[in-house]
Design a protein around this ligand. Structure first.
Ligand code: SAH
Length: 411
């Protein structure tokens, strides 16, 4: 391999430079996010809310797949491999294990810069794979290195398993073995329990969403944005595979992932459909479903941990408009008297409360009281928003990702 940069390293260099332009921290001002949120939540609340996103929640949640096993069995198995495990006091199928940290990371002379996505998992203890490396100057095999995010935040220290130039050229394989990370979360997906379909890792609010839908055997349920199927498979579990679930997603590849999850988790009552759900009633018909789950794409501002946020205020506006298109279709799909649950993992008022206010004004919908209020009603924090029956999870208050859930009935 010559010393000229290959196209691949050029791509990585470009990625690195782009990331540096987003160097502004989470509560930055120049992407407009802080003001987009603080105009609703106030500056102090917004500051704490955004700061908490740079750290993971204190607990890692796991859903026990009761189609295959029992909660007691899973707890025993997790304890047997040395994990501390708690039962959720809210959901019988949920267990949690602590995420430890923050730990002190030594700053070594040699640094491996990784992309945002890689940094966010290495921060929790994952190893670094070559495709995630965007800069690795003067690194030799066996060197002790500090792994840093594109904005310079150290996320772990580890040992280089190959040289820096190999890291930049290889398309797969381990690059740095992580020895100590800022936080330590269990590698749930590597467990036999996971590969055998006994458990699924899912945040607490994500699990609560399917509980709030309250699926019953015999019902026809449409999941409009279903892949990779965390909520679909939970809904199936709650009905013991006795509902008819139509899982729709625009992405064929992501839907293939959902099908794989259904097989592993022993979910048998799901029919999949690749379609743009904004036009779903054209193929499924109107007034078809007893219940509809709409978990649309969102700006994901509530997802944590983040090393920085790359979304801008203008993304909120465009995404909210897209979600309204899906909401209008959800109303067509559900029967009169049927239920729509709308959820997002984002913090913006535009994608959450304002979309619900829009739906209530324009469509034959009413808000329904939610059986499981573990977060808080939006109106507790947003004094000008008269929505008593919505549920918000705030990362700095509830120790969860930021999340929103609304339950509506078609009148
Ligand atoms: N509910 C899922 C996560 C959904 S993420 C779970 O719990 O696992 C949002 C999904 O919406 C993505 O898979 C994306 O491919 C899909 N999507 C985006 N626009 C869509 C559209 N117009 N119609 C159908 N699916 C869409």
């Amino acid at each position: 391999m010559g010393s000229n940069p290959t196209p691949r390293t050029e791509v990585r260099e470009k990625q690195f430079k782009e990331s540096m332009t987003h160097m502004n921290s989470l509560h930055c001002t120049d992407n407009g996010l802080f003001s987009a949120l603080s105009r609703w939540f106030g500056e102090r609340f917004t500051k704490y809310m955004l700061e908490s996103l740079s750290y993971p929640s204190s607990r890692y949640y796991i859903r026990v797949n009761t189609l295959k096993t029992t909660v007691d069995y899973v707890i025993d198995e997790l304890r047997r491999i040395g994990l501390e495990v708690f039962r959720s006091s809210f959901l019988p199928e949920a267990v949690a294990t602590p995420i430890r940290g923050p730990f002190k990371i030594s700053i070594h002379a040699k640094k491996v810069v990784v992309d945002k996505f890689t940094a966010e998992s290495v921060m929790l203890g994952a190893d670094v794979y070559s495709p995630g490396v965007i800069r690795a100057k003067n690194i030799g095999e066996g060197d002790l290195v500090t792994v840093v995010a594109p904005n310079g935040r150290p996320v772990a220290e580890g040992v280089a398993l190959i040289s820096g130039s190999e890291m930049l050229h290889r398309k797969e394989g381990l690059a740095v073995k992580t020895l100590k990370s800022l936080f330590k979360a269990p590698k749930i997906r590597a467990l036999k329990l996971f590969t055998e379909g006994a458990i699924y890792d899912q945040s607490l609010p994500a699990m609560i969403t399917s509980r709030i839908l309250d699926p019953k055997p015999g019902e026809v349920i449409i999941d409009m944005c279903a892949a990779p199927g965390g909520k679909t498979t939970h809904i199936a579990q709650l009905t013991e595979n006795r509902a008819t679930i139509i899982a729709v997603d625009r992405s064929k590849n992501r839907l293939a992932k959902l099908e794989e999850n259904c097989r592993r988790l022993n979910v048998t009552c799901v029919k999949t459909l690749v379609h743009d759900s904004r036009y779903l009633s054209e193929v499924i018909g109107e007034n078809y479903a007893d219940k509809v789950l709409l978990d649309p794409p969102c700006t994901a501002l509530g997802v944590r941990p983040k090393v920085f946020e790359k979304r801008k205020a203008k993304d909120i506006v465009a995404t909210a408009e897209y979600q309204r298109q899906l909401l209008r279709e959800a109303v067509k799909l559900v029967k009169r008297g049927g239920i729509i649950v709308y959820s997002t993992c984002t913090l913006s008022v535009e994608e959450n409360e304002l979309n619900i206010i829009y739906a209530l004004r324009k469509m034959r919908l009413k808000l329904v009281k939610q059986e499981r209020m573990i977060g808080m009603p939006s109106s507790t924090v947003l004094k000008n928003i008269p929505l008593g029956y919505t549920q918000r999870f705030f990362p700095h208050i509830h120790e969860t990702p930021g999340y929103f859930i609304a339950k509506l009935v078609k009148t």
